[in-house]
Ligand binder design. Structure first.
Ligand code: LRH
Ligand code: MN
Length: 389
């Protein structure tokens, strides 16, 4: 089978999970901009996410964030998703918007606050049961702003104990993924700042605890694909939060700021045969569309991940291994760059046609549908959804 055909077969199996919060309003501490047609509730967020799957064919799941996606009847929400051809994916807890968590949540010195944070995860696990979700995602903003503010070691002991309690809430067919981030909102120490800390806690918890790698959560200059290799070797790479950044946790469209980095990351996934649906790696987006349109922004992000994956699948692995073995540095880099410089948009058009979709650029196909105009006209009144709404 030639490389193009093999790439098509692999791309057909790839799925990318969308964040419900990307369809709501978001911004910075300076301003959150509203947009006509922005969803007002989780049902409308899921309807919009389904548009991305409709034109790309590879985005069949939507992550929820609790309590941003609080509804009375989660069975109804899951049915609404199914009616729109998608499913509920990962359930995200929220430990960053409650006054009680100012000095920490799962690490807080006060056992009552820690118990509250653990109880929030019991609520999230209930949502998982009601929607059929099998994945709980934990990111905690916990940290300190000044040296001496708290005992760094004791915080880790408290964190380990709290995570054990969260882990114990899971059903046998559910798993948790623990996300790390090197800073913000804390500016001196962060309690889960890097992949090593997340991995140590996951190893202590058990088999069903894995690491989430958010591409925006590393110090500038970090070789992220090297971390991917190590987490795959440890069998604990649970998920990606794809986005891109020029400076900090900018949450821009995946592949927009650094498409070459996304290619290098996807090459290590392909090289370790972790693209397969049963590899246990969940490919998710975690983004905010502060100034660009949200549905086209998600579609573009999905096709950017597909492009990086397609290029990674087109690397001539035999020629690369031969050059690496013979120490021919330039030849090895040339083989790698040849794939990166390949225009894979025709291949992705072929993929969409083979899925019974229009081959044209899905953003153009979405624009031609009139969906944006329809929701802008229909969604009048009510409160537009956004961080905290
Ligand atoms: C934290 C984070 C986390 C989500 C949030 C929306 O920065 O990456 O994954 O809870 O963004
Ligand atoms: Mn994230």
């Amino acid at each position: 089978m030639d490389r193009q055909q093999a790439a098509l077969d692999a791309l057909r199996q790839q799925t990318i999970e969308l964040p419900s919060w990307a369809f709501g309003n978001s911004g910075t501490r300076f301003k959150v901009f509203g947009t006509p047609g922005t969803p007002r509730d989780p049902f409308e967020k899921i309807s919009d996410a389904a548009q991305v799957h409709r034109y790309t064919g590879v985005a069949p799941r939507v992550s929820l964030h609790i309590p941003w996606d609080l509804v009375d009847d989660y069975g109804k929400l899951a049915a609404h998703a199914a009616d729109n051809g998608v499913a509920i994916g990962t359930v995200n807890s929220n430990l960053f918007q409650d006054d009680d968590y100012k000095l920490g949540s799962l690490t807080h010195p006060d056992p009552a606050v820690r118990a509250k944070a653990v109880a929030h995860h019991a609520q999230c696990v209930d949502v998982m049961r009601a929607t059929g979700s099998k994945e709980l995602k934990v990111w905690l903003p916990d940290g300190t702003n000044y040296p001496g503010q708290d005992d760094l070691r004791q915080r880790q002991e408290r964190l380990a104990e709290s995570l054990q309690q969260v882990y114990a809430l899971l059903d046998d067919d559910q798993r948790m993924v623990l996300e790390y981030k090197f800073f913000e909102p804390a500016f001196y120490s962060t309690d889960v700042p890097d992949w090593g800390t997340s991995l140590l806690h996951c190893l202590a918890l058990g088999e069903r605890a894995e690491v989430v790698l958010d591409t925006g959560h590393h110090a500038p200059g970090t070789n992220i694909e090297f971390i991917v290799v190590q987490l795959l070797r440890a069998g604990r790479l649970g998920a990606f939060d794809f986005n891109s950044r020029f400076y900090a946790d900018d949450d821009l469209m995946a592949g927009a700021a650094d498409p070459f980095q996304l290619f290098r990351i996807m090459y290590e996934i392909v090289r370790s045969d972790a693209l397969r649906p049963d590899s246990g790696v969940n490919f998710m987006l975690d983004q905010c569309h502060n100034v660009e349109e949200k549905i086209p922004g998600q579609i573009r992000s999905v096709t950017n991940v597909q492009q990086a994956t397609a290029k990674a699948l087109l690397v001539d692995r035999e020629a690369l291994r031969a050059a690496q073995r013979s120490g021919d540095v330039l030849a090895a880099n040339d083989v790698f760059m040849d794939a990166y410089h390949t225009d894979v948009r025709p291949l992705l058009a072929q993929l969409r046609e083979s899925m019974g979709l229009s081959g044209e650029d899905p953003v153009a196909a979405y624009r031609a549908s009139g969906y944006a105009e329809r929701i802008a006209a229909e969604r009048v009144g009510g409160q537009q959804a956004g961080w905290g709404a």
